[in-house]
Write a protein that binds this ligand. Structure first.
Ligand SMILES: C[S@@+](CC[C@H](N)C(=O)[O-])C[C@H]1O[C@@H](n2cnc3c(N)ncnc32)[C@H](O)[C@@H]1O
Length: 295
């Protein structure tokens, strides 16, 4: 990964270098740890997010051009509300997996060549969208927040991966997928990065503990029985990666009642794990889970 380095973490905050520009911001995963870097480094940060006032304190102008680079994709670092930096560097191994999976599904495909159809739900500013589009996949990018979708569209255009390959939708993820099921649409790969709690554009609430399971059922209805993949990432304690993986395993192999994909029982590969960032002292900061399924 080029352009990003976790410097230190502790006391509920993390200190990061964004292409040399140093930011200090909240990180719930850093609660219960003590910082190890020199205190001066923290005090000299170029920008600091104040969680009480909910504002960025910009001490040195935020450079226009700093970005996270992977492959030929550049994701700009920006000071965004709630202490975010415009993208999620910890997703990089997942973006790499998406690229490799597109290559694998394309190689295995028996039918005539066509771009693989991908659906990115809760897509935010579109790191996964660009990882897929860079491999010539067609992507439907769905997020409930108009500013995120506008930013994603602009970033894709800057990467010359815009309109030709990506469809941008400001939609409630679950409602959109239910509509696609009714239209009998098919995709080859689905990515979802659901928050614990959220809202659709018209205020419909999303609660992961209640809404994830029917959404996964609908997603599986959109995927074929052979040559498909799914990536689920998340930050919740419940469900965790094992519950999500078990749920998918049961349904994809046909043991679940909802979907019959039994023919795939012996082909299914599911990998689960934790995403993490490593600081300059070599310590690992947890960044949520991933479940990668390919069948
Ligand atoms: C954790 S972020 C996703 C980060 C993204 N995968 C990335 O790597 O850049 C969660 C996203 O879900 C969106 N969201 C929340 N509730 C939603 C809903 N009901 N339907 C669609 N998107 C929703 C938010 O706007 C936010 O962009």
């Amino acid at each position: 990964m080029s352009g990003y380095q976790l410097i230190d973490f502790g006391d509920g905050r993390k200190l990061e270098s964004l292409a040399g520009y140093v930011v200090d911001r909240p990180s719930p995963a850093a609660e219960g740890f003590l910082p190890t870097a020199n205190r001066r480094m923290w005090l000299d940060a170029d920008a600091r997010y104040d969680s009480d006032q909910r504002i960025w304190e910009i001490r040195k102008p935020w450079p226009e051009s700093i970005s996270l680079e992977f492959g030929r994709v550049r994701l700009p670092f920006r000071a965004t509300p709630f202490g975010h930096i415009g993208c999620f560097p910890e997703q990089l191994p997942n973006w790499r997996w998406l690229g490799e999976t597109i290559a694998k599904l394309t190689d295995e495909r028996l039918s005539a060549p066509r771009p693989l159809e991908c659906l990115n739900l809760f897509a935010h500013t579109g790191g996964s969208t660009l990882a897929l589009a860079a491999r010539d996949a067609a992507v439907t990018h769905v997020d409930a927040a108009k500013p995120s979708v506008t930013a994603a569209r602009q970033i894709a255009a800057e990467n010359r991966l815009g309109e030709a390959k990506v469809r941008y939708l400001v939609e409630d993820a679950a409602s959109y997928v239910a509509r696609e099921v009714r239209r009998v649409r098919k995709y080859d790969l689905i990515v979802l990065d659901p928050p614990g709690y959220g809202h659709g554009p018209s205020g419909k609430t999303w609660r992961i503990s209640r809404d994830l399971w029917p959404l996964l059922d609908d997603c599986l209805r959109l995927l074929p029985t052979f040559g498909a993949a799914m990536l689920v990432t998340g930050h919740s304690e419940t469900p965790d990666q094992n519950e999500v993986a078990d749920y998918l395993r049961q349904r994809i192999t046909g043991a679940g009642q909802t979907i019959e994909l039994a023919t795939m029982a012996n082909r299914l590969r599911i990998a689960t794990g934790r995403s993490e960032l490593i600081d300059l002292a070599g310590r690992r900061l947890d960044a949520g889970y991933f479940v990668r399924a390919i069948w």
